[in-house]
Design a protein around this ligand. Structure first.
Ligand SMILES: Nc1ncnc2c1ncn2[C@@H]1O[C@H](COP(=O)(O)OP(=O)(O)OP(=O)(O)O)[C@@H](O)[C@H]1O
Length: 294
């Protein structure tokens, strides 16, 4: 049970923004939606929210049509959507009431979230008086205020400094622990790696890679061999015709498996090169992204 996107397609004139994509996301899990600018992520999200009508395909939640009015959804759009001349608490209360919250509950939740995001002193300020990052935090609060079951976050870290990004990261972690179903669209690969059990990489409207993050990494076919050596290692890599990168005393190369890595280590030992350390690391999502959709 959960989200099921089937053969979804959207055209704008000659542009196929979303081209026959199918994705499923079990309830209570997190999906990282990735892709370069213009890949079709926002269009996909907008079709889920009923803001854009698909030309083809369907979106289901627990086997029934995914309808915004019948479900509790929190949506953080990429673009800002606050009323510049309205006080923060007032507009948050308004957003909460739109989602069916009574005034008392809305006030309690507003206090809770403003405290959590260290924003309580901005309660009676106008949105236009807030910095870009602080406006973003208010929008995140507006998204989460009614405790939605499904949360869609389009570039949530946009405009946040590292401290605020960490603060939001902690909140997302808590939402994951609460088994919320989350779609996180972001260009920040490290955030996707941190929070998302499932990933979907889009390229020109199509799905290029999708599935469990761990499986995507396992299927990539390479691991990263990282060696620290005071002595030059280039001759060893050359012996195996293996491309490598050198950054000071740190050498990295892509190997297919552990044995291939050990061949390099053994060859270095045979050449009398004492290594400071070596490790075999999983590919990063960034690496997979650059190769597959970059
Ligand atoms: N309303 C529209 N009218 C015409 N073309 C559109 C419209 N909305 C999106 N497109 C086009 O559809 C394609 C997908 O756009 P979309 O905004 O979904 O990409 P995205 O992956 O969200 O990109 P970004 O990372 O830049 O937000 C792009 O080629 C875009 O120009």
């Amino acid at each position: 049970m959960g989200l099921e996107i089937r053969n979804l397609t959207k055209r704008y004139g000659d542009t196929i923004a979303v081209n026959d994509i199918s994705v499923s996301l079990p309830k209570g899990q997190v999906l990282g939606l990735l892709g370069r600018n213009g890949a079709g992520k926002t269009t996909t999200i907008k079709m889920m929210l009923g803001l854009v009508q698909p030309d083809n395909g369907e979106i289901l939640w627990n086997g029934k049509p995914f309808r915004r009015d019948g479900l509790s959804i929190g949506y953080l759009p990429e673009e800002r959507g606050l009323y510049p001349k309205s006080k923060i608490a007032e507009q948050l209360r308004y957003f909460g009431q739109l989602e069916g919250m009574n005034r008392k509950l809305a006030n309690e939740r507003i206090e809770y979230w403003l405290e959590k995001f260290e924003m309580i002193e901005y309660k009676n300020k106008l949105a236009s008086e807030l910095s870009k990052g602080n406006q973003q935090k208010i929008q995140v609060i507006a998204t989460l205020l009614h405790d939605p079951e499904i949360i869609i976050l389009d570039e949530p870290f946009s405009g946040l400094d590292p401290v605020n990004a960490t603060m939001l990261g902690t909140v997302i972690e808590e939402l994951v622990e609460q088994n919320k179903t989350i779609i996180l669209s972001s260009h920040r690969m490290e955030s996707i790696e941190l929070f998302c059990e499932n990933v979907c990489m889009m390229k020109q409207g199509r799905i290029e890679v999708s599935g469990k993050l761990q499986k995507v990494k396992d299927d990539y076919g390479y691991k990263n061999l990282r060696i620290t050596s005071e002595l030059p290692l280039a001759p060893v890599f050359h012996k195996f015709n293996m491309p490598f990168e050198q950054n000071g005393t740190v050498y990295t190369a892509k190997v297919h498996n552990e044995n291939e890595g050990m061949d390099i280590i053994n060859a270095a030992a045979e050449a009398g090169i004492q290594l400071q350390n070596f490790s075999l690391l999983e590919p990063t999502l960034h690496q997979i992204f650059v190769e597959r959709v970059g």
